[in-house]
Design a protein around this ligand. Structure first.
Ligand code: NAD
Length: 260
């Protein structure tokens, strides 16, 4: 379905980003990966799906790096048709104790990076399909884009912000073939969440399994983690013709978290 398209997924060397990149690649999209850590493993997983894959190591907290990455993607594949703004970090502390540099980093990586990548991707999307425009922008928000939790001020502020950015991006392009939507996952067992499980296990002197059940029990009626594969399938739906007129939604996939 996505053969000939190019998808750039930020923060795609791990977790949800890698799951979404694989789902888009399975539909035939060429992929630009980004993120830190092991690159060869994720690259090989995408290449095994029979598409072209490239990597750019932009630090998403740095606008100049993001500009360089978008130029690199355009030079390699002519344009980015699908942009998935996924890179994100977490820090947990009460506001009065929240390190200022962590606040700045979370706002830069989880929110401002999406603004920069979007502003740089839009002109080519607007010119696509003989000027009628075609593109898909998918912002990975969170259940924390819709509701708050204590000790996550920067994360909740950034994720509410990205839901707002999603709506404005969708509205500004509403008469074109460019759609923008947000995905709001609940708990997904990735390195980002494993750190919170580890902290809970250490705090309570409990096992990893018990800590996971506590984490789920506090928020998710389903008592189940959402998987990167399930989130990838939702991203594929947004990219499909059936998603043509889905604009500006914040779609939670969260085991009932925000239904309460
Ligand atoms: P993860 O830690 O597995 O992956 C994060 C990715 O972002 C990695 O590839 C990492 O290298 C990259 N990254 C981090 N800082 C970066 C930077 N400065 N520049 C470039 N890349 C950077 O985490 P994840 O759980 O897969 O999270 C992905 C997104 O999903 C985040 O935006 C997160 O807020 C969101 N999310 C996660 C959950 C969850 O439960 N895991 C729930 C809701 C939303």
């Amino acid at each position: 379905m996505l053969k000939g398209k190019t998808a750039l997924v930020t923060g795609s060397t791990s977790g949800i980003g890698l799951g979404i990149a694989k789902a888009l690649a399975a539909q035939g999209a060429n992929i630009v990966l980004n993120g830190f850590g092991d690159v060869d493993g994720p690259k090989a997983q995408i290449a095994a799906l029979g598409v072209e894959v490239a990597y750019h190591g932009a630090d998403m907290s740095k606008p100049a790096d993001i500009e360089d990455m978008m130029k690199f993607a355009a030079a390699k594949f002519s344009r980015v048709d699908i942009l998935v703004n996924n890179a994100g970090i977490q820090h947990v502390a009460r506001i009065e104790n929240f390190p200022v540099e962590k606040w700045d980093a979370i706002i830069a990586i989880n929110l401002s990076s999406a603004f920069h990548a979007t502003r740089l991707a839009l002109p080519a999307m607007q010119a696509a399909d003989s000027g009628k425009g075609w593109g898909r922008i998918i912002n990975i928000a969170s259940a924390h884009g819709l509701v708050g939790s204590p000790e996550k001020s920067a994360y909740v502020a950034a994720k509410h912000g990205i839901v707002g950015l999603t709506k404005v991006t969708a509205l500004e392009n509403a008469t074109s073939g460019i759609t923008c939507n947000a995905i709001c996952p609940g708990w997904v067992l990735t390195p980002l969440v494993q750190k919170q499980v580890d902290a809970k296990a250490a705090e309570g002197g409990i096992s990893n399994e018990e800590a996971m059940q506590h984490l789920l029990g506090e928020k998710e009626p389903s008592l189940q983690f959402t998987t990167p594969e399930e989130l990838g399938a939702l991203a594929v739906f947004f990219c499909s013709p059936a998603g043509n007129n889905v604009r500006g939604v914040a779609w939670n996939m969260d085991g009932g978290w925000v239904a309460q």
